[in-house]
Design a protein around this ligand. Structure first.
Ligand SMILES: [Zn+2]
Length: 327
């Protein structure tokens, strides 16, 4: 059996940046965010039945409340750390659907909303996981940063598991897209816990797998280390393992590790400098950007922000050298 836990489906994203919000609803004083949670009722019809909107009291359904709260923390992170106003930086409504499908063991960004399954006997707890929720939300952020998306392609109908899955990620650009989501997911976890880069364990998706499968879905500190993650983790750590055409969730380990190395070398809180560099550099990438393009973009931003002789710039360059993207 091959766990598909970490195959976060990324449908339909990046086709076209959404138009600016212009409805009278777009400005609501006193309501910083506009979260809406829907219940798909174990069906796959989206968006589902609306069950909780911004400002409304908790409901009886734990999954609804957890998604509401965790989405709020993720939006707070983007706002307080990077000054970003929702996914599009224009206060857009953030919609999520819970109880998607029957035993659907995944979470995804459809291009319009976040979607969470209830999981199965192998993996679950998607709505409980702040880092997974931030991962999906960050696909939405990146979609709005890069017109045309990053590494997005149209999925042939025969390869679709369900109707909404119209697009997927491929190539190094797709792996960078995945990595951006992992980096943001990892940082939000540290930010919420008040951990420095040295204190954090850099694991994503802890406590989601059945114990016989492992402990976490990914490690940015040591991608592909099955002792830290799960029994079939085959994420790459450096370009020595890289093969063309690899699954984006495997090759994303390389830029993930570059971020980890940068953050550790700089020290302090990951989001203050390493995170700021990544956040500023990624929107500069073209839809088919390579790892080398990302290495150059992050180095350039580090140099512009801190100087070409700075510890921060050197940390970025050394990180990309260590993962063998820069030689
Ligand atoms: Zn993803």
């Amino acid at each position: 059996m091959r766990l598909r836990t970490h195959r976060h489906v990324c449908a339909k994203q990046g086709v076209k940046a959404a138009p600016p919000v212009s409805s009278p609803m777009s400005f609501m004083p006193g309501l910083p965010y506009r979260r809406s949670i829907f219940n798909a009722g174990t069906d796959t019809d989206l968006p589902g039945k609306p069950v909780r909107h911004e400002g409304e009291k908790p409901v009886k359904d734990r999954a609804v409340n957890k998604v509401y709260d965790n989405t709020g923390i993720a939006l707070n992170f983007f706002h307080e750390v990077f000054g970003r106003d929702s996914l599009d930086d224009r206060s857009m409504r953030v919609e999520s659907a819970v109880h998607f499908g029957k035993d659907f063991a995944n979470a995804m960004w459809t291009g319009e909303q976040m979607v969470y399954g209830d999981g199965d006997h192998n993996v679950g707890g998607f709505t409980e996981a702040l880092d997974i929720i931030t991962h999906e939300l960050s696909h939405g952020v990146l979609q709005h940063m890069i017109p045309g998306g990053l590494g997005v392609y149209r999925l042939p109908v025969k390869d679709r598991e369900f109707r909404e899955q119209t697009h997927a990620l491929q190539g190094q650009a797709g792996a960078l897209n995945e990595s951006f989501s992992d980096v943001m997911g990892s940082m939000v976890k540290q930010w919420h816990a008040g951990q420095t880069a040295a204190q954090a364990n850099w694991l994503l998706g802890e406590n989601m797998l059945a114990p016989q499968h492992g402990k976490a879905i990914r490690s940015l500190k040591d991608p592909g280390n099955r002792k830290l993650t799960w029994y079939d983790d085959d994420q790459f750590k450096t370009m020595e393992e890289y093969v063309d055409g690899a699954d984006v969730h495997d090759s994303s380990g390389i830029p993930n590790h570059a971020f980890y190395l940068t953050a550790r070398k700089i020290g302090g809180f990951s989001w203050e400098k390493a995170g700021a560099i990544w956040y500023e550099a990624f929107p500069k990438l073209k839809p088919k950007a390579s790892f080398l393009d990302a290495a150059r973009a992050t180095s350039r931003v580090a140099s512009a922000r801190y100087g070409s002789k700075s510890k921060e710039y050197k940390a970025v360059v050394l990180a990309w050298e260590t993962v063998k993207v820069l030689t």
